[in-house]
Structure formats: C-alpha cells, structure tokens
Design a protein around this ligand. Structure first.
Ligand code: NAP
Length: 282
C-alpha cells in the first residue's frame, strides 16, 4: 500500500482563498501586528512570510522590529500600544526572544482577544473548557484541518500525539479530544512508544527528532501528521517520521516540507479574521 499524500500547500491555498473572499466583504481590513526582537535570520524570514501572506489576503500588517538589546519595558510598550490600537486585531510576538527577556510574561501581556498564537492562559483555558470562542494555536489547528480532509468524523479513533509542548502537543491533544478521539499523549518519558504508536489510528509527531517514527511503528491505514521540521547535514528538511518507510504503512501522510508548515500561516490569518469578527479591535 502507498499512502495518500496530504497536500498541505493546496489545503492552505484553499483556506487563504476563502479568507480573502471573507476579508474583501468587510468594511475595514483586519490588522495583524508582528513583534520581532533580535536578529535571528530564521525569525526574520518567518516574519517576512507572515507579512507577505497578510498582504495577499487583504489583512493590514503592522511590524515592530526591535534590536537584540531591547529591554523588557521597550517590548512591553510595543505590546501595550498594539493592545490599545483599534486597527490591530491580532498580535504575534515571534518566538524565541533573546534570553534576557521574560518571554512568558510578554506573551501573557498580549490582550487575550488579540492573542492570535493562542498562548494566553485565557485562550488555553477556553480550549480545555471546550469554549470555541477562543483563539486556538495555529499549527495544531492546521493539523486538525488536514486530518479532516481525510476523515470528517474522528469519533472513537485512537489518536496518539507525540510531544506535549504548549505551542503544539497539548492543544493538539485537546482538539482531538473534542473530536471524540481517545487520546494518548506521549513525551520523552513515555515507555513502549513504539507499541503505543502501533495502535494509533491517527498519529501526530511533534518532537524535533529527524525520522524518529519508523514505518513499522505505524498501524496499517493510519493517518500520520508529521509536524517536525528538522534540517539534515545535507541541508535538506525532514520531519519526525521516516517518510519513505511510513508511506508503505500509512493510509495518509503529510510530507515535510509541504504538509503542516503551510497550514500554520494560513491559520494565523484565520485567527486574525476570527479576532476581528469577535470585536478584538473595539
Ligand atoms: P518542543 O517544545 O521541543 O517539544 C518537543 C516534545 O517532544 C516535548 O514534549 C518532548 O517531551 C518530546 N520528546 C522529545 N524527545 C522525545 C522522545 N525521544 N520520545 C518522545 N517524545 C519526545 O517542540 P515543539 O515546539 O512542540 O515542536 C516540535 C517539532 O515541531 C519541532 O521540530 C518544531 O520545529 C516543529 N514545529 C513545526 C511547526 C510548523 O509550522 N510545521 C510549528 C511548530 C513546531 P518532554 O516534554 O518530556 O521534554
């Protein structure tokens, strides 16, 4: 058997087209502010891509690029000015920030209704409580959208999520729980990981270890979502799943690149529109 490839680029393009139509119908544009501190080249590329994506769908972008030596007060002042700016509906602080800054405090200083990364305690709490009015972190939201292109009703399926970060693993497990999956959350202390994975109807890997999940860990026909982005010595990108061997076992699988990655930015735009529609600027 050779797995169906889940084409994240196409699903993301479709979502962006849908968002463009919705944005065009509004009286005023939604606004997304991105705060970048320091000179990490990868972060500058990510921020550039986010701003370009905003322009393409008609979202107005605001940008603050601060030097690597910016103080906590300076970054906080940027956040507060965007919190109070009615033209800004979403605020994103590009992570990681330089080590001298208290990143947790800064993230929690973003107004929850503008927290398009879904990292504030309010939005995390809403997700756990099943309150759909909150903002859900973009990568797990995008991963669920991809799973649903394969199977709409996930009820009763066993979902295994490897990884328990706040940004991905924990919200992913919550989203799958809300879909009535039976969820197992694995992490670095999990024993018998291979056996656990073998019973997964949906297997989501978000670890950051190249090709860790082998094809023979995968149940025949499973939906496999590979969130990992790892750069090999050759310069090529690969995921946390050994793609070639997984192709033989999975029913459907996301490639890296071109799977989950494109969904993250599309869901950031979706969150910005959701924040706008929830009245975040007013
Ligand atoms: P993270 O915060 O480093 O979390 C990694 C998780 O993997 C932790 O929960 C850790 O367990 C677990 N882990 C580590 N070694 C393990 C092992 N041997 N067996 C089982 N679990 C293990 O990373 P993250 O932010 O969640 O990101 C994970 C990966 O996804 C990274 O490659 C990242 O680049 C990628 N990512 C991609 C996107 C995208 O847009 N495509 C977005 C976000 C992240 P402990 O909790 O016990 O330490």
């Amino acid at each position: 058997m050779s797995a169906q490839i889940i084409d994240g680029k196409t699903v993301a393009q479709d979502l962006r087209a849908e968002l463009t139509t919705q944005v065009q119908a509004l009286d005023s544009p939604p606004g997304l502010a991105v705060i970048l501190v320091g000179d990490d080249p990868a972060s500058h590329v990510y921020v550039g891509n986010k701003i370009k994506a905003c322009e393409q769908v008609g979202i107005q972008s605001f940008e603050s690029r601060l030097g690597a030596d910016a103080s906590q007060e300076e970054v906080l002042a940027e956040i507060q000015s965007y919190n109070n700016n009615p033209a800004v509906h979403g605020i994103l602080m590009q992570l990681p920030v330089p080590a001298h800054l208290d990143s947790d405090f800064l993230v929690q200083s973003i107004a929850p209704e503008k927290d398009v990364d879904g990292l504030s305690f309010i939005n995390q709490g809403k997700l756990i409580a099943g309150d759909t009015g909150g903002l859900v972190p973009c990568t797990p939201q995008g991963s669920l959208r991809l799973i649903k292109t394969i199977k709409e009703d996930l009820s009763g399926l066993h979902a295994v999520v490897i990884g328990r970060s706040l940004l991905f693993g924990k919200p992913m497990a919550q989203l799958l729980l809300q879909e009535n999956c039976t969820v197992t959350q694995a992490h670095s202390r999990t024993t018998n990981l291979e056996e656990i994975c073998k019973s997964a109807d949906i297997l989501v890997a978000a670890v950051g270890r190249p090709k860790m999940v082998k094809g023979d860990w995968i149940k025949d026909g499973a939906i496999v979502i590979d969130v990992g982005i790892n750069r090999l010595d050759s310069g090529k990108l690969c995921g946390d799943v050994d793609y070639d061997s997984a192709l033989e076992k999975a029913g459907a699988i996301t490639p890296v690149p071109g799977g989950v990655g494109p969904m993250t930015i599309a869901c950031l735009l979706a969150n910005t529109l959701k924040a706008y529609n929830s009245g975040a600027g007013s």
